[in-house]
Each structure stands twice: as structure tokens, then as C-alpha cells.
Ligand binder design. Sequence first.
Ligand SMILES: *Cc1c(COP(=O)(O)O)cnc(C)c1O
Length: 227
Amino acid sequence: MSKITENILKLTEIISKINSSCEIVAASKTRSVEEIAEAYGTGKISAFGENRAQELCEKYPSLPNVSWDFIGRLQLNKVKYVVGKTRLIHSLDSLPLAEEIEKQSAKFGVVTDVLIEINADKEQSKGGIYLEETESFLEKLSVFSHIRTCGMMAVTERNADINKVKDTFDKIYVKFDGLKTEVFRYLSMGMSDNYIAAVEAGANIIRPGRVIFGERNYGETRRGEDS
Ligand SMILES: *Cc1c(COP(=O)(O)O)cnc(C)c1O
């Protein structure tokens, strides 16, 4: 059994003890088509999460059976390359981005499923909607007939203090729990550093990368600033 398969089976075993219906979105930025194919072969990965439109477009034709999520910051001029390829865009964080997703989705004749990216700690360096703005943002999204808002997503800093991260996860869960419906049903949080805490806090999608594919130095491109 290869390392990737072994890692995924171990991960699945850990999270299924907490929430057996939690989905794994494998963060696959910088990972090869072969690595992704192997992870896909385990049958345990709901989708692969890419951060860059260009990288998604490059991998997309090679893996026709795979579902793709977009998890990085999405620039307005890249929306047209992503719409129609994704199961879920996790990183909707502004009205202009919603307007562009709506426009491109209408053009392609699709309805795009999205999550609202939350900036629970109001970090200036990050995008995302503040928790208390979630309802008003949802209301603004309700006019878009080609967007279906399926839940919330949060990104945490690498190496952040785990207790602080847990507080953040709890805060987000409370908001999610109050808004949850049959459609608004996903809470995407938790990466390699903190996926156990995320599932314990109520996440039903986690986005691990390194614990599946192994360590890699992402440098400055970790968050996938797509330029
Ligand atoms: C890279 C990335 C992840 C996974 O990070 P790891 O530390 O490798 O688990 C999850 N979410 C987003 C948005 C990412 O960019």
C-alpha cells in the first residue's frame, strides 16, 4: 500500500469515530495528476480542492471522473475558467465575486454551488465575511438565480494556537447551526494542523493537504493568491 493510500485510510478512521458523514476534500495544490489519481482510487475523497484557476484547468482534462472544489482566493477575471468545473466553490467572500459567478454561471447555463468564506477573527490580511454579516450577505446572494449557497467555510493560519483555533471553530459552528437548512448544509473547516478539532466542532467537510500527500513547502503560494 502506498503512503497516500495509507494516509487516507488512517485519516478516515480517525474522523469516522467523530462524525462518519464528514467529507474529505483533499487540498491538491501542487500535487500531480498521478498523486490525485491515487488518492481518488481509495474512494474516500469527495472532491479535490484547488487554489488556482490555471492549475485546475490543467488537471481537469486528465481526471474526468474526479470532482473538483475551488478553495483558494478567486479573482474576478478567473471566474470564467472555474465555473462549470466545480462541485463547490468554497471561497465566496464578496458581492462583486458573487456577481461575476452569477454572470458566468448564467452564460454557461449552470447553477454554481458555493460556500461563504468567513473571516471570524476579522483578520485584516484575509478576505471573508465577518460572522455578524453572514445573514445580510446571504440575503444579497438570494437574488442570484444561478448561485446556490450551500454553507460556510473558514481558513485558519498555519501553526496558529490550537485553543484559539478551537474558539474560532466553535463561533463559526454556532452561526452555521442557526442558519442550517437542507441546502445550506456544509461547514468546511479544518486542515492538516487542526482537522480533528474542526470535526469535533461540527465541520462536515475538512480540507487536509499535507496529511494526505506529505509535507511540501508551499512558500508564499500556500493560500493560492491567483495572479
Ligand atoms: C492548502 C490549503 C489547505 C490544506 O492545507 P494543509 O496544511 O496542507 O492541510 C486547506 N485549505 C486551503 C484553503 C488551502 O489553501
